[in-house]
Design a protein around this ligand. Structure first.
Ligand code: TNX
Length: 504
């Protein structure tokens, strides 16, 4: 960030010039308007036309030029991600080069970037620079992320959150420049994605959740079309959706729908509690492999991004051989369908192919660190979601009315003060692909409750995923994050006003 001095510039409107911006997934105008209009800035198009009656714009109106260029300016290091076999291909971006340069001067605003995603990042940064009185400082920002995998994992099983809420979650994730929305779609309490080859999954598991049934008339799963539309909505904002089918534990909704998956062929009862570690698939049951092939085949075919998450967490009820047989099969099916598997950290004990993404979550590391070291040597990439920092379903404090506490309490500062490169024990820093915040919904039932757990902690995790340690500073963060609160209020995004910040 290079402040240019001088008076702040009034900004009531921009005249958008996208003549050098290439083809975005949809028109740039609605995307830019979506970001700037809640900040009180009108977006006019036609900035590539010479302004009638001279080159000077009216006061408060600046041209906003989005320009694709390979020369995005010195100092903007390419994002790391050399080890990312698939890169992050959201929104059609060919590579994970997310650099951008944002220049704000009295002559206007220019965002230059080698890829469309960088142009959008620049507009998002511009939005963050707009102050409450409607001005922006003259500044040059040269920026690039530290990690390619910057994500949010959301449990839509324990309590159902439908497409409308999920679009708001995409907006929030996008605002903080995240690239991955991982959806936990199956668990003991329900099944949240239509599987055409296995219709009973949603017929029998699409209405249940923690505490029982959904309100009458509500459908608790994404249809094939809704899942496609959600992915398209996210991709337009350069967010890739990663669906998770959780195996071989967390499978009561599956065994409830298909009794053939149990040893005695009898379907299990529906489950509305919040215990874990009791449900399972059986490796030696002949119904298991066809089930996995059907489900993962359908999900892979429906998935636009490069990844399918196959779960693998909390399955001590299987011995290592049974566990590995199912996890190896699941990963093979995903690879045969042309996708890269993602799995929770426990899958380090199963077979690992190069490029497999392992999501670290449990700082207790009950398997010991040795499987992580071996997995890293075998080419696994790690995403850091340590429960004690990145689990945004943990209570902020012991008194907090919402959330769980198994990983401790996660105040805003805890979500900010940790180091992703050191978060996964036993693996070298260059095996870390990125960071994902996670929010589980055992205790969360409404959009407001969900957002009050995400805000303000998600921006803290997002900054960690973006910024190198030398650019990080808690005192600076707590001042900057406070200035976002009016914008959250405008958007209708609930937040928890933690006393660690002086809120305006
Ligand atoms: C652990 S994280 C789980 C989830 C729970 C969560 C609650 C993980 C891979 N498994 O099943 O919802 O804790 O914080």
């Amino acid at each position: 960030v290079e402040p240019q001095g001088g008076e702040p510039l009034a900004l009531q409107a921009v005249r958008l010039d996208v003549s050098a911006a290439g083809d975005p997934p949809v028109g740039w105008s609605p995307l830019v308007a979506e970001l700037l209009e809640p900040a009180g800035i009108t977006v006019r198009s036609g900035g590539d036309q010479p302004a009638s009656g001279g080159s000077q714009e009216a006061p408060g109106v600046l041209p906003l030029v989005l320009r694709l260029t390979d020369d995005a300016g010195p100092g903007a290091a390419a994002g790391h991600g050399a080890g990312a076999p698939d890169g992050v291909r959201a929104g059609g971006a060919a590579t994970s080069d997310e650099r951008y340069t944002l220049t704000v001067s009295p002559e206007g605003v220019v965002v230059a970037a080698p890829q469309p995603v960088g142009l959008l990042h620049g507009v998002r940064t511009l939005r963050q620079l707009v102050t409450a009185d409607g001005s922006v400082p003259a500044v040059v920002v040269r920026d690039a992320p530290r990690y390619p995998w910057r994500g949010l994992s959301v449990d839509v099983v324990r309590h159902w959150f439908g497409p409308a809420v999920l679009r708001r979650v995409v907006d929030l994730a996008g605002a903080y420049k995240l690239r991955v929305l991982h959806l936990h779609l199956t668990d003991d309490q329900g099944w949240r994605i239509e599987i055409p080859s296995r219709p009973a999954l949603t017929e029998r598991g699409g209405r249940t959740q923690v505490g029982g049934e959904l309100p009458a008339g509500e459908r608790g799963y994404l249809t094939v079309d809704e899942f496609r539309e959600l992915q398209e909505y996210a991709a337009r904002r350069f967010v890739t959706v990663v669906p998770e089918i959780d195996l071989p534990g967390h499978t009561n909704a599956a065994t409830h729908a298909y009794g053939e998956l149990t040893p005695d062929g009898v379907p299990t009862d529906a489950y509305g509690g919040i215990e874990v570690g009791f449900s399972r698939l059986w490796a030696d049951n002949p119904a298991t492999e066809p089930f996995l092939r059907d489900v993962l085949g359908d999900v892979a075919a429906m998935t636009q991004g490069p990844w399918v998450h196959v779960g693998g967490d909390e399955a001590p009820q299987l011995d290592v051989a049974e566990y590995s047989a199912i996890m190896d099969l699941a990963q093979r099916v995903v690879r045969e369908a042309g996708k890269t598997p993602v799995a929770w950290q426990e899958a380090a004990r199963a077979g690992i192919e190069p490029g497999t993404v392992l999501q670290f979550w449990d700082p207790k590391v009950e398997t010991g660190v040795e499987p992580f070291t071996r997995a890293a040597e075998a080419g696994a990439r790690f995403v850091a979601s340590p429960g004690s920092n990145a689990y945004l379903d943990m209570k902020y404090t012991p008194e907090h009315p919402l959330g769980l506490e198994w990983a401790g309490h996660v105040e805003l500062r805890d979500a900010y003060d940790w180091e992703p490169a050191e978060a996964v024990p036993g693996v070298p820093a260059d095996a870390v692909e990125g960071v994902s915040a996670a929010v589980w919904t055992e205790t969360l039932t409404t959009q407001d409750e969900l957002f009050s757990m995400l805000l303000p902690r998600l921006p803290a995790v997002a900054e960690l995923a973006w910024t190198t340690p030398s650019g990080r500073d808690w005192e600076s963060f707590r001042v900057r994050v406070a200035t976002h609160a009016p914008g959250w209020r405008t958007q209708g995004w609930s937040f928890h006003p933690t006393p660690q910040v002086d809120w305006p």
